[in-house]
Design a binder for this molecule. Structure first.
Ligand SMILES: Cc1cc2nc3c(=O)[nH]c(=O)nc-3n(C[C@H](O)[C@H](O)[C@H](O)COP(=O)(O)OP(=O)(O)OC[C@H]3O[C@@H](n4cnc5c(N)ncnc54)[C@H](O)[C@@H]3O)c2cc1C
Length: 480
């Protein structure tokens, strides 16, 4: 017994929601499309889990952050799917796939067949066990990838007010959670092996700015070491952690944010993989022409960089999903996917955006003791990346536009002198280009409450959180 659909989206996360919206916009017929997800709820804006969801007062809760509220589009509640004739097959794990036969088999044994498949299986959080440390299944140790994790974290935070939390990992999840814990009146120690936070994006100078701010909020940083074991009481609760440098930290709560692994296993041996993800072309099509891959699980050609990359950005998930649907439904008129990597973050009173890549030499501008500063990255004589803290909407747009142009830089001192003026002037001279939209910065209204002027420190280009543990126990992981 089984069901058959024209289009199947495997995975029910951010990319799935945006793909569904695009299918609806393009006029999919009732009964043609289904989403299969092992989560119990319709697709939602995952970044909310480390932001509005963790607020101590008036926290964001579903249905407020179902996709596609993240870019001020329609909010796709279960009712919306019903009205559009899109079947949500929830709480259902797909356990095997056969791309030759175009079938998926669920844990309950149902076979679901498709004409076109979009793989949107995202990723899962690494566990310490994968690095030889046991104990992360204890009741007061948390990861943060899905709604169940976030709900558990909220319960633990509520039970730990005034207590001690240890955050393992200095990537974006670690930084976001540390801010949330502080807001929830918990003492925080962050432990990571690198010399500074968010090492894949931040330079020491940028990191130092944010770390100083976190310190002013009481966060303690323990750098250059890693967790070696949990200290667990007879009731099975973690009461502290031992670090490899020999020190001990008491803990009422431990949050582990050490990176993610792509959910590719169903397709290994069937589709071409690259850089840890499922390789797609500029139409988001895999090595099997009926199968597309989008979001975190996809490795796609980033034209601006001239190579295949796999990003872990919500913006990339949204846009790749929509593009794949367009490529499936309107193959003759859909252009190649031309994406400029974009990431944003808000923490405490700060807010920043990053475009392009952080390659080459960094040139700083603005006031690092004030509220607005930034950096450009210049590689082989071209501006390839840009970062701005505290910019206006127009300034971020200029930043995106100019970075996409990859302008030649002859004089680094002049670039430094001009600072933000450089991109503003350049963008005014240029015709309007298809830039990455910065909607995400204005979009998370429901997810990030203005009365709490903190938000999550976010991630970086390609696997910042993995980088945070790149040197875990001296074992260098492959950098994707
Ligand atoms: C807490 C948190 C905060 C974040 N904050 C930011 C941020 O501020 N900025 C930013 O750019 N990015 C952020 N991200 C990253 C962003 O959320 C991801 O890039 C995005 O969710 C990727 O979308 P996706 O659809 O590819 O994967 P996901 O959203 O992870 O969805 C994958 C879905 O597939 C399901 N699935 C997997 N395997 C199966 C299977 N075999 N059967 C059935 N279902 C399956 C999963 O359960 C899940 O529902 C954050 C991520 C997290 C976890």
């Amino acid at each position: 017994m089984g069901r058959s659909f024209v289009y199947v989206i495997l995975g029910g996360g951010v990319a799935a929601g945006y793909a569904a919206l695009e299918f609806a916009n393009k006029g999919v017929a009732h009964g043609e499309l289904c989403i299969i997800s092992d989560e119990p709820v319709a697709p939602y804006e995952r970044p909310a889990l480390s932001k509005g969801f963790l607020l101590p007062e008036a926290p964001a809760r579903l249905p407020a952050f179902h996709t596609c509220v993240g870019v001020n589009e329609e909010r796709l509640t279960p009712k919306w799917y019903k009205e559009h004739g899109i079947e949500l097959i929830l709480d259902t794990r797909v356990t095997s796939a056969d791309v030759r036969r175009k079938t998926l088999v669920t844990a309950a044994g149902e076979t679901i067949s498709y004409k076109f498949l979009i793989i949107a299986t995202g990723a899962r959080a690494f566990k310490l066990e994968e690095f030889g440390v046991s104990g992360s299944d204890a009741e007061n140790v948390c990861h943060l990838r899905d709604l169940a994790d976030a709900t558990r974290l909220v319960d633990l935070m509520q039970a730990s007010t005034g207590g001690n939390a240890v955050v393992i990992g200095g990537g974006y999840i670690g930084m976001e959670v540390a801010a949330s814990l502080v807001i929830n009146k918990i003492n925080v120690t962050m432990v990571f092996p690198e010399p500074h936070c968010i090492p894949r994006l931040f330079t020491p100078k940028i990191a130092s700015f944010y770390e100083e701010f976190y310190k002013s909020k009481g966060v303690n940083f323990v750098k250059g070491t890693v967790l070696s074991s949990f200290v667990i009481n007879p009731e099975g609760k973690v009461i502290g952690v031992n670090l490899k440098d020999g020190s001990y930290l008491p803990a009422d709560l431990v949050v582990v944010g050490i990176g993610i692994r792509r959910n590719t296993s169903l397709f290994e041996g069937q589709l071409t993989l690259e850089k840890g993800g499922i390789k797609v072309n500029s139409m988001l099509q895999t090595s099997n022409s009926s199968v597309y891959a989008v979001g975190d699980v996809a490795s796609f050609p980033v034209k601006a960089f001239g190579e295949i990359r796999r990003l872990e950005h919500v913006d990339a998930a949204r846009k790749s999903a929509r593009h794949a649907v367009s490529a499936i439904m309107e193959p003759d008129t859909t252009p190649e996917f031309d994406y400029l990597p974009f990431f944003y973050s808000r923490a405490f009173l700060f807010s920043w955006q990053f475009y392009g890549e952080n390659l080459g030499e960094a040139v700083y501008f603005g006031d690092f003791s004030g509220t607005s500063f930034g950096a450009y990255w210049v590689h082989n004589g071209h501006l390839v990346g840009s970062f701005l803290e505290g910019g206006s909407k127009e300034e971020y747009e200029a930043l995106a536009k100019a970075t996409r142009l990859r302008p030649a830089i002859d004089d680094m001192s002049d670039l430094e002198r001009q600072g933000l003026r450089f991109v503003v002037t350049l963008s005014q001279k240029q015709p309007v280009l298809p830039i990455v939209d910065v909607g995400s910065s204005t979009s998370l209204v429901v997810l990030e409450k203005p009365e709490y002027p903190w938000h999550a420190a976010a991630g970086v280009v390609a696997a910042a959180s993995i980088a945070a543990f790149a040197y875990w126990y001296g074992r260098r992981r492959r950098r994707w």
